[in-house]
Write a protein that binds this ligand. Structure first.
Ligand code: FES
Length: 168
């Protein structure tokens, strides 16, 4: 297999330049790759391996060990459900059940059409609106099942994922 070209990885090469050979420095490199591309691809792993001399299999082991890293790209739309304490006690489970019913995916999954990914987060920083979700960074609060369904259906409609028959 040919080595990935360095110019393909410019955005996170900045972090690679800072690499000092310490094992702990691998995590910031992987975070940088994920922040740049949305996930840690095989190409990125090969590139990091090439630069650092750490075997790709070892890097892959680190990526799969830490829950913070993804090995697949996120969907076009990202739904985050807050599972912090305030949201938990105010109905995050009901919100999750509704989102799960609408999208047919669970946490850390992406719909088959690539339109939606679902993530769980600890606290979105707006606890007074609990329970809260964000869709592509936009906050929706004080949700119950009906409101959640409305939000997700609107996003599905925008994504073209709802058939005409359902809209009518
Ligand atoms: S606990 Fe959900 S926003 Fe803080």
């Amino acid at each position: 297999m040919s080595q990935p070209k360095t110019e393909d990885f410019k955005p996170f090469n900045v972090e690679l330049w800072k690499y000092d050979g310490h094992a702990g420095a691998l995590i910031p490199l992987l975070q940088s790759a994920q922040n740049t591309y949305g996930y840690v691809s095989e190409k990125a792993i090969d590139h990091i391996s090439h630069i650092t001399g750490i075997p790709a299999a070892e890097i892959y082991g680190v990526v799969t060990f830490y829950a913070q890293f993804r090995t697949k790209p996120l969907g076009k739309n990202v739904v985050k459900i807050c599972n912090g304490t305030a949201c938990h006690v105010n109905g995050a489970k009901t919100v999750y059940d509704t989102v799960q019913d609408e999208l047919q995916i669970t946490y850390d999954e992406t719909t088959d059409d690539g339109n939606f990914s679902l993530l769980s987060v600890a606290c979105l920083g707006c606890c007074s609106l609990a329970p809260v979700i964000t869709v592509n960074g936009e906050t929706h609060g004080r949700l119950d099942s009906a409101k959640t369904r409305k939000v997700i259906r609107e996003e599905k409609r925008r994504a073209g994922a709802v058939s005409k028959a359902v809209e009518e």
